[in-house]
Write a new protein. Sequence first.
Length: 253
Amino acid sequence: MKKYAFILLLACCCMQYAKAQTTPFDLTTAILGKDSLFWKAYNQCDQAGMQQFLADDIEFYHDKGGPTFGIENMIQSIRKGLCANSSYHLRREAVPGTVHVYPMQKGDSIYGAIISGEHYFYITQNNQPEFLDGHARFTHLWLQKKGVWKMARILSFDHGPAYISKRKEITLSPLTLRKYAGKYNGPQNPGLMVREEKGKLILGTGERAMILYPESAHLFFSKERDLTFEFGEKGTLRVRERGIVVEELVREK
């Protein structure tokens, strides 16, 4: 009898454990599914498609653009911002491995979920090739009311530039790097300083300083943005952004 009671108790515990494991799994599947549909509408600038996932009392907090309250203001903001220019297209893509879902419970009942992670933003402008422009973090609160899931709170923060460099860095001697040191003048950046410091070539000073990484004896690049810096034999410095020349400077003698 005692053995039977122990087996029954063990079975009940296993059932409760299985239930606890299944519920978060189902929740994650549901939220990720709705999240995917929301961002699909976002990438297509489908205002009605986005609106169906937003609560009437939506609150949106953006670290650069400030807060937005209410569904009407939210849709108006999308209309005047994201969807205002037909020659400009913004596409969002989640950073793999960063997106997670967390259940929000009261007792045994799940009333909401938080989804958070990181994402990249890509821009297509004037029919030019798409390029990676920004990176940010996000936290969304989804609430379930009358069996329907709606996004109620959105936090979008830590916005900044994003760039994935595929260039390979080589090693140059400090003596070679010092050949490029000096003050360079150009139409946009007069008096731009280049110096060698601890085996690195540094462009600029103070908060505007940038490390230039050598790809060859004359060509350097940035790991933060798609910028290259080509030093010429006659003291010239040609700067390219995404392959396009944006500045030509000459070193002072």
